[in-house]
Ligand binder design. Structure first.
Ligand code: ADP
Ligand code: ZN
Length: 722
């Protein structure tokens, strides 16, 4: 090649052409460094015919590529996936490529990097900042920048500590291979139905080829053990396996189980990695030395050298949908990656999404079923607690029957879990005297009181303020009251009722890293916690044999402000949290507090007959041509200037083409009418399945112009309707 089209790591740019200097060899997929103005930028060589360029430049005006990296090229299946993702989600290809080349420093050669850690020596001049830095860094190690971030001080403070001998440099190796997991380390004895399901996955891995499967098994049926056999098969074939998990908090328990089964840890990939860990993992994934990778959705786009299997665990989880940047759904893109790579894809879930069930229904996915819990554990009995008949005392949130069940559980030395999907102490704070409500200045949202950290916080933009001593409106002191419960308030209630019980709060505020999750799991397993109060973070994945009671504090919460998946999501959430109960030898009990015990969702949970519920939900979606029978795409138009947002949204609405099978709703102010200081207008596009709605939208939006201050974000297959 003497001329190369390069997709640079800059989402604002289309592909650019370069001259390949003499002596440099590149091919499609080669990772290169290219000049751009006065700078140099990394990028990937692409087939010119697949990536049209806006500006054809003559050979004589081309600039030379600066360098080609000594790295394996981005393989064709991943290039096709990047194109598909960009196309489907109407996003710049470079934005998708960035997820594949996710570690900028990994591109550079070099086998070592310098990190820093505390020596234990206390410097003579110990300023407040230095003290804070040493305190917060503790045993941790990282680049100067990372330590500064952890400690919340400037880089200079860290460097000063290095000079003073309190922090030392350590050389870490970047190219050390990861030890290979051993497929024969400790295989379990599978039950007959587990062996059946595992056999199908193993055969698919051995045969190779695209094979999408739904592993549909009740909570505690051993889905993990089953897909582990698929991973073992991939290892025996010398191939890599990727396991996607919905939350990084789940990585830690997964790592432990994996190590027990395979003798070594898999390679973890998530946002909490240090830059050097990220770099080492990326290189090992690209070279094929990382045999098994477990990660959050961002692990999906990495350049695996010999992928042999993809598993999406808890595949129904909506956290697989990315809401910012490229708004992709990792479950759906995982299936596409399986198709391009020609490998099997296992979607594991106890409560599969209607979209996934429909793919089974029409014969596109194979279904593997596990009907029973492993080892004779029984499914917990689910009972409703009618809050209209058995109400909690005023100012409390737990019904008397739930309280007595909890007391008995704790007295027996067993553990209880209370589920409420609300972080903080109370969702709303107001002034008793004048009725003033605390709103976020940047968002259409209440400020949520967090007593643990003593502040009010906006859950949308992160704005925080100390709780004021007086009402800012009427200046009445001590007049603020908390309205409604959050997990912290429930924890207070438990502490008041059972003063001796050890209570833990589990939310993204308390479990924000795999290490924190490990600490929680350790305390649960050691029996150091009696009652857990948690958000959706505790509903998934965990296996605590001594946890025998689950209380759902407000089963009606998920049905409010219902979007099209509200009932389904409520069902999944409650079924999942119920699934935490009675996983060991002791039977579990689930108490669901509700004001509407006859609602179809609640009835489906109590009767254990999910099929009727799913059937009714599916039929109503079919009638409305809602997903998966039709498609939605949202267009969110935002600006700091309200009038500008409204005008631009109107212009986009007016420009909508008349297309058979497509309807455009709106624009209208979004339910979250303001977010991070931007006013938001929404349009919702509905299209029939057969319509290439992306092509229509590309043409449509390509013709409208809007001012610089306006942002237009398209969300194909939206999960959030805010
Ligand atoms: P699921 O993912 O379906 O909720 P898990 O894979 O977590 O279920 O299994 C539940 C528990 O039962 C785990 O502790 C797991 O180790 C155990 N288990 C499942 N199958 C087997 C088996 N065949 N042999 C031994 N233990 C098993
Ligand atoms: Zn806000």
């Amino acid at each position: 090649m003497s001329r190369a089209r390069v997709l640079l790591l800059n989402a604002a740019l289309g592909p650019l052409d370069y001259r390949v200097p003499h002596g440099m060899a590149v091919e499609p997929g080669s990772i290169v460094l290219a000049p751009l103005g006065p700078r140099q930028l990394a990028g990937v060589v692409w087939e010119a015919e697949r990536m049209p360029s806006d500006a054809e430049v003559g050979d004589n005006r081309l600039r030379n590529l600066a360098a080609a990296y000594d790295l394996p090229p981005v393989a064709a299946p991943l290039r096709r996936l990047i194109e598909w993702t960009a196309d489907y989600y109407l996003s710049p290809p470079a934005a998708v490529l960035r997820m594949a080349l996710a570690s900028a420093s990994a591109l550079d050669g070099g086998r070592t990097a310098i990190e820093y850690r505390a020596t234990g020596h206390v410097p003579e001049r110990l300023t407040a900042q230095r003290g804070q830095a040493l305190e917060r860094i503790g045993e941790r190690q990282g680049l100067v920048r990372e330590l500064a971030q952890i400690a919340d001080v400037s880089d200079g403070v860290i460097r000063g500590l290095v000079k003073a001998g309190a922090i030392e440099a350590v050389e870490v190796s970047i190219d050390d291979p990861f030890p290979a997991p051993n497929p024969d380390h400790a295989p379990p004895a599978l039950s007959a139905s587990q062996a059946d399901a595992a056999g199908t996955i193993v055969a698919a891995v051995r045969d190779g080829g695209f094979a999408p499967m739904l592993l549909d098994g009740v909570t505690g049926s051993g889905k993990t053990e089953v897909y582990f056999e698929g991973i073992a098969a991939a290892l025996r074939e010398g191939r890599q396996a990727l396991v996607l998990l919905p939350e990084i908090a789940l990585t830690e328990p997964f790592l432990k189980r994996f190590e027990a089964r395979f003798g070594h840890l898999p390679v973890a990939w998530h946002s909490d990695l240090r830059s050097t860990q990220r770099r080492r993992a990326w290189r090992a994934i690209a070279s094929g030395e990382a045999k098994v990778v477990v990660g959050a959705r961002s692990a999906l786009f990495l350049p695996y050298a010999h992928l042999g299997l993809i598993v999406v665990d808890e595949a129904h989880e909506t956290s697989f949908k990315q809401e910012d940047g490229v708004p992709y759904h990792a479950r759906d893109v995982a299936v596409m990656r399986g198709q391009f790579e020609e490998v099997p894809v296992v979607l594991a879930s106890a409560t599969p999404a209607i979209e996934t069930r429909q793919m089974v229904e029409i014969g596109k996915y194979r279904e593997l079923k596990l009907e029973q819990r492993h080892g004779g554990a029984t499914m917990p009995a689910i009972e409703t607690v009618d809050l209209t008949r058995d109400p909690p005392p005023r100012g409390r949130w737990l019904a008397p029957s739930v309280v007595s069940a909890m007391r008995e559980t704790v007295e027996r030395g067993e553990q209880a879990l209370l589920f409420l999907n609300r972080r903080g102490y109370a969702p709303l704070t107001l002034c008793r005297t004048c009725g003033h409500r605390f709103r976020c200045p940047n968002c259409t949202a209440w400020m949520v009181e967090h007593r643990l950290t003593a502040r009010l916080a906006c859950h949308h933009c992160g704005h925080v303020m100390p709780p004021p001593a007086e009402c800012p409106e009427c200046h009445e002191p001590d007049a603020l009251v908390a309205c409604g419960p959050g997990v912290e308030r429930i924890a207070d209630e438990v502490a008041a009722l059972l003063p001796d019980a050890r209570v833990a709060i589990v939310t993204s505020d308390t479990i924000w890293s795999p290490a924190k999750a490990a600490e929680f799991v350790g305390r649960m397993e050691a029996g150091e916690i009696d009652v857990v109060v948690g958000t959706q973070l505790v509903t998934k994945g965990y296996h605590f044999p001594n946890l025998t009671l689950v209380g759902v504090v407000d089963a009606d919460l998920g049905l409010q402000g219902g979007d099209l998946r509200a009932a389904e999501r409520s069902f999944q959430q409650i079924a999942q949290v119920a699934g935490r109960a009675g996983r060991g030898s002791k039977p579990g009990r689930v108490l669901v507090q509700t004001r509407e015990p006859m609602a179809p969702v609640i009835q489906a949970l109590v009767s254990g007959d999910a099929e009727n519920f799913y059937h009714a939900e599916t039929e109503s979606r079919r009638e409305a041509l809602a997903p998966p029978f039709g498609r939605y795409a949202a267009i969110v138009v935002s600006s700091e200037d309200q009038a500008e947002a409204t005008t631009a949204a109107k212009a986009i609405g007016l420009a909508a083409p008349q297309v058979e099978g497509m309807t455009v709703f709106g624009p209208a102010p979004a339910p979250l009418a303001m977010l991070r200081g931007r006013h938001r207008q929404r349009l919702l596009v509905h299209a029939r399945r057969a319509l290439d709605v992306q092509a229509v939208m590309r043409g449509w939006l390509g013709e409208v112009e809007w001012p610089r201050g306006v942002r237009v974000a398209v969300d194909v297959d939206p999960y959030s309707f805010l």
